[in-house]
Design a protein. Structure first.
Length: 434
C-alpha cells in the first residue's frame, strides 16, 4: 500500500486512527450492553461514552505498547487515561483481544467492500456505455492470437461487462460472508460474557453475530473474501490484456487516451505506450498474491493462535486499497479509450475474405460434399491467401469444384458480413436486458 496506488477514502478505513476508533466503539457498545443487563453500573458505561469525541493518540498508544508488548492492552490503557481508571475498570470485562481485533477487521472489510461495490458499479456503467456505442463496430475475432471470424467491439465490451457483473454478485456475497462479529470471550464459550452483549455490539456495528466462534472468527470467511478480490483482479487483467493487444503498433484497433503533454518514452519521442493497462496487470498480481496466504490462514491451532495476524495486517489494507485504485483506473481507461474502426476493417482485410472460411466449409457440406473433401477444398484456397495474400473469394470462384458445388451466387453470398452480426441484438438482450 503506497500513495502512488492509493485513494484517500479507502486508505482512511485502514488508518490507525480509524482502527482505534472502531476498537473504542466495540468496547463502548459492550459496556452499554453490560449496563443494560445490570452486569456493570450504568455510570461506568456512560463514562466510557464521554470519550466518543476523543482523538486517540496513536503515538501514545505505540509508546504504551512498547512496554506492554500487547496492542489491545496498550489501547485500553490509553482509553483509561481519558475516561479515568476507576470509571474504566469494567471496560473489556469478560472479553478477549480477538473479540476486538476480529470484529474490527470485519468492520473494515465490510466498509472496504462497500467502496469496492461502488467502484464496480462505476466500471459497469462505463463498459455498458462503450458496448452500446460500438455494438455494430465490426472487428475480427481471434483465437490463439490468429484471425478467426468477425465479431464486434460492442460484443467485446459486453463480454467484459458480463464478467464484471458476475464479479459484482460475488463481491456482494463476500461482503455478506465477512459481515460477522464475535464478542464471545476466551475460546468462544461466553463463559464470562453474555451472548446478548455480542448481539448488541454486532447490531450497533451493522454485523451479524458469528454463529459459533472459537477465540477467533473462522478464517474460511476471510479466505472467501480475499479469493473474491483475487478473481476480480484477474478480470481486471483480462480487460487490460485485451486493450494492450489492441494498442500494439501492428494492430492499433484501440488505445489508451494520450493526454496533452504526456510522454511515452524517455528515449523515443514517438512512443505511446499502454502504461495504464500494463500497470493494471501488475496491480492484479499484487491483489492475487493475498489469496494463498488467506487460504492458509484457515487452519489455526485449536481455539486460537496468531499465525494469521501478521498476514492480515498486510493483506487487509493492501488488497483493498490496491483493488480500489485498480478498479478506478480501469474505469478511467474504458471511459476515455480510443477505438479505431477503420483499422479494425483494415486488419480483417489483410488476408482478404479469409474469415469466411467456415461459412464456405459448412455450405459445401450442406451441398452434399463430404466434410473431409470440403475441408480440403477450402483449405487449399485458404493457404494461398496466407502465403500469397490473394483474395479468398476470387480463389474460390476460380476453383471449379467449389463452383460446381455452390454456384457463383452461392460463393458470393458467403461473403456477406451481416451473417456474422445477425445475433448481436440477442446477445445484448441477454447481457443488458431489454
Amino acid at each position: 500500500m503506497i500513495p502512488r496506488y492509493s485513494r484517500p477514502e479507502m486508505v482512511a478505513i485502514w488508518s490507525p486512527e480509524t482502527k482505534f476508533r472502531i476498537w473504542y466503539e466495540i468496547e463502548a457498545h459492550a459496556c452499554e450492553a453490560m449496563a443494560n443487563l445490570g452486569v456493570i453500573p450504568r455510570e461506568n458505561a456512560d463514562a466510557v461514552w464521554k470519550a466518543k469525541d476523543v482523538e486517540f493518540d496513536v503515538a501514545r498508544i505505540d509508546e504504551i505498547e512498547a512496554v506492554t508488548k500487547h496492542d489491545v492492552i496498550a489501547f485500553l490503557t490509553h482509553l483509561a487515561e481519558h475516561v479515568g481508571s476507576d470509571e474504566a475498570r469494567f471496560v473489556h470485562q469478560g472479553m478477549t483481544s480477538s473479540d476486538v481485533l476480529d470484529t474490527c477487521l470485519n468492520v473494515q472489510l465490510v466498509r472496504s467492500a462497500d467502496i469496492l461495490i461502488k467502484d464496480m458499479e462505476a466500471l459497469l456503467a462505463a463498459l455498458k456505455k462503450r458496448a452500446l456505442e460500438h455494438k455494430d463496430t465490426v472487428r475480427v475475432g481471434r483465437s490463439h492470437g490468429i484471425h478467426a471470424e468477425p465479431t464486434t467491439m460492442g460484443l467485446t465490451f459486453a463480454r467484459f461487462y458480463a464478467e464484471m457483473d458476475r464479479n459484482l454478485a460475488r463481491l456482494k456475497l463476500a461482503r455478506t460472508e465477512i459481515s460477522t462479529g464475535a464478542i464471545s470471550g476466551a475460546v468462544g464459550t461466553f463463559a464470562n460474557i453474555d451472548p446478548a452483549i455480542e448481539e448488541h455490539v454486532c447490531a450497533a456495528l451493522g454485523l451479524s453475530p458469528e454463529p459459533i466462534s472459537t477465540q477467533v472468527i473462522p478464517r474460511d470467511r476471510h479466505a472467501m473474501f480475499f479469493a473474491t478480490l483475487g478473481v476480480i483482479a484477474s478480470s481486471i487483467e483480462n480487460v487490460a490484456t485485451e486493450i494492450r493487444h489492441m494498442q500494439r503498433t501492428e494492430v492499433l484497433e484501440g488505445a489508451e487516451f494520450f493526454s496533452m503533454g504526456q510522454k511515452g518514452s524517455s528515449a523515443m519521442p514517438h512512443k505511446k505506450n499502454p502504461v495504464l493497462t500494463e500497470n493494471l496487470t501488475g496491480l492484479a498480481r499484487l491483489v492475487r498474491s493475498a489469496v494463498i496466504p488467506a487460504l492458509e490462514n484457515v487452519a489455526l491451532w485449536h481455539e486460537r493462535d496468531i499465525s494469521h495476524s501478521s498476514v492480515e495486517r498486510a493483506i487487509g489494507p493492501d488488497s483493498c486499497v490496491t483493488l480500489d485504485f485498480a478498479l478506478s483506473r480501469l474505469t478511467g481507461v474504458i471511459d476515455k479509450m480510443l477505438v479505431f474502426p477503420e483499422n479494425m476493417l483494415d486488419n480483417m482485410n489483410k488476408f482478404p475474405g479469409l474469415v469466411m472460411s467456415q461459412r464456405v466449409l459448412l455450405a459445401l457440406t450442406q451441398a452434399g460434399v463430404s466434410r473431409e473433401d470440403a475441408y480440403s477444398m477450402v483449405q487449399r484456397n485458404a493457404l494461398k491467401v496466407w502465403e500469397e495474400r490473394l483474395d479468398f473469394r476470387e480463389l474460390l470462384l476460380a476453383d471449379a469444384e467449389v463452383v460446381a458445388a455452390l454456384g457463383v451466387d452461392g460463393v458470393e453470398e458467403k461473403f456477406n458480413m451481416d451473417y456474422h452480426t445477425k445475433h448481436v441484438d440477442t446477445i445484448f438482450r441477454r447481457v443488458f436486458g431489454d
